[in-house]
Design a binder for this molecule. Sequence first.
Ligand code: NA7
Length: 539
Amino acid sequence: MSQAVRCEHHDAIIIGAGISGLYQLYRLRELGLDVRVFETGGDVGGTWYWNRYPGARFDSESYSYGFSFSEELLQEWEWSEHFAPQPETLRYVNFVADKFDLRREIRFHTRIVRASWDEAALTWEVEAEDGHRARACWLITAIGPLSVPQLPIIKGMEDFRGHAFHTSDWPREPLDLADRRVGIIGTGATAVQLIPVVAETAGHLTVFQRSPNWCAPLHNAPIDAEAQAQIKAGYDTIFARCRASHGAFIHDADRRKAMEVSPQEREAFYEKLYGEPGFGIWMGNFRDTFVDEAANRTISEFMARKIRVRVRDPETAEKLVPKDHGFGTRRVPMETGYYETFNRDNVRLVDLNQMPIKRISPAGVVTSGEEHRLDILVYATGFDAVTGGFDLIDIRGCNGQSLKEKWANGPRTLLGMQISGFPNMFTIVGPHNAASFCNIPRCSEQNVEWVTDCIRHMRARGVRRMEAQEAAEAEWTTHVHESAARMLYSKVDSWFMGVNPNRPGKNRRIFLLYGAGAPLYREKCAAAAANGYEGFKLA
Ligand code: NA7
């Protein structure tokens, strides 16, 4: 039989060989299951396989990001920097895949385009772009929240005669930027990492900005021998801190409210946070920073003052200060010399609110004011977030129901793990679970372990079908939206809120993540399991 028509049979199928998919594979194999992983890329790594643009790195402390399941792995691997760059992370993921011999169950270069539930056989069948098919009792999507690159919709994009690409498709061969005129569209977390690095080598850089973001200093540094020894001896403490914190980072909110302290004390606290590494200023700020407008205003004003000091030209500084949202209500890009980049002679900031892009021409970008001639055009325009990866697979549940149609007015799930009408399918980094709004490996580890325990439970009892109940799903969806409603980010357009200006139909605010915090999420998952998988129908 030819490869294309052969249908493999397994106990479980995992889609995606990134951080979550690999760990799910490891756990299910340990359970004695026959597992198959399908991965679009040519190797393991997911996000870290695709995103190779200069400057790509962790915004989480390296040692809080790696897998926690193997003490041997923790002691063997040495992170070289507090916030590791992408090549090191990709080496790490490869090291893990080799150490645990994970590659043999993975079929690479395989994009799954269809998945359908067969009620008679109680199995899922998946089909790849190349026609390859496989069946299994359990289907687990580990497709990442930011895995579908989003190009903008601009007239004339196909006419550009230079080299144009999305940040996720940064060329693998070395790209010489010296003497080249580079343009970058977008100023999100990706662009903020990329821009300072490109500015150092490019002949000229033009940054096309539609919305400025509140960026905070990363303060990265190498890990010296002493710190390395402390990290290796202190993993238990590091992971315990992550478990206790809202976003599973090592930073957690200060118990005080912003207005409880004097203005001097507040300023000193902000100054301290601004001088410290990582997400502390976002995750470790006063506890009411993201629920109280007055509290949020104080930190936003502090951050604006920093921008005005760091950027020499007052007009440029003003363009870089966000006016339409408060600090931390969108993803805070972490920066290394970002604001100083705009003091360079070879860098120009174009404010698209003043001069919107009219079209892309063969020679560059045409705004209402002029034509910006470019050799290289980089689209740092983000991703079709969270549900985008699901939309690319035609997922059909009971009676042929389409997941895309079910989610047309926003995702509905139980615990962000299962969907009514789609039995035996688990979404480990999907909408409405904590892993999409979190230090991802910490939260996805918990999800993987929950799914593994669940499958162990089902197998031990001969249960072959598990499905979220509609009423429980409705209750969970309400809980997700209610807990987000009090947060200031729910009043702002961003990918958290499912707003994607480049995707028709995704222009409304519908919360995609889980905002009540990783500890509560973990509690709710554990309670459902302890009560015999309450809310799910087992058969
Ligand atoms: P983001 O954060 O979604 O940023 C995308 C950027 O691209 C943002 O500045 C957008 O401006 C801009 N954009 C998008 N479309 C256009 C068009 N048509 N014209 C001009 N500018 C545009 O994606 P990132 O890749 O930076 O970061 C994604 C996540 O990856 C990040 O949160 C991390 O968790 C890792 P807008 O704000 O829409 O005005």
